[in-house]
Design a protein around this ligand. Sequence first.
Ligand code: G3P
Length: 218
Amino acid sequence: MKFFVDTANLDQIAEAQDLGILDGVTTNPSLMAKEGISGEANVINHYKAICKLVDGDVSAEVISTDFEGMIREGEALAQLDDKIVVKVPMIKDGVKAIRYFTDNSIKTNCTLVFSAGQAILAAKAGATYLSPFIGRVDDISWDGMELIEQISNIYALQGFSTEILAASIRNPLHIVKAAEAGADVCTCPLSSILGLLNHPLTDIGLAKFLADHQKSSN
Ligand code: G3P
């Protein structure tokens, strides 16, 4: 499974890259706003800065919701760097735009996916990645992981090549469960990735090793 970090924060992206486990970055308009990035030129410069930091795909989301606007924005984003993946919402014009980008060798990430039906449509349009929002499904008391499993089964059965990118990950257990459910990629806050490190027995074991080493060296 690939690991993407779900943030527009350059320090966090650099930290994840430095850890040696990073395969890419996903952003969205809310994450850009959280970093105070606004205005077309600043947004473009920020994407360029992210691409410089990371060794892998960088999802950059279009703001337009009509076909022509999405194509205009997506083509401009794709020209910034080979790493750019154009992120497109799961709406009718979005599906058309994904088909256009696919036919023009531009990678896409279909976002705001909440059902298996939407996943089938995105795959038919040739999306590179599909982003089901696990946490937001859980928020309404449905089961985000069941959705990942269902899409994973359908894609395997039908031979779709779209990669399932589990998004809206909120904690380390989500990452483990998404891996079990067949996600190809997990995009996570850095805190969830770092949370995978933690185990009390590791801390206790390490403290004992170091104490025993200290005793034997005295
Ligand atoms: O990758 C999508 C993600 O940024 C949304 O996460 O926590 O706002 O549902 P969240």
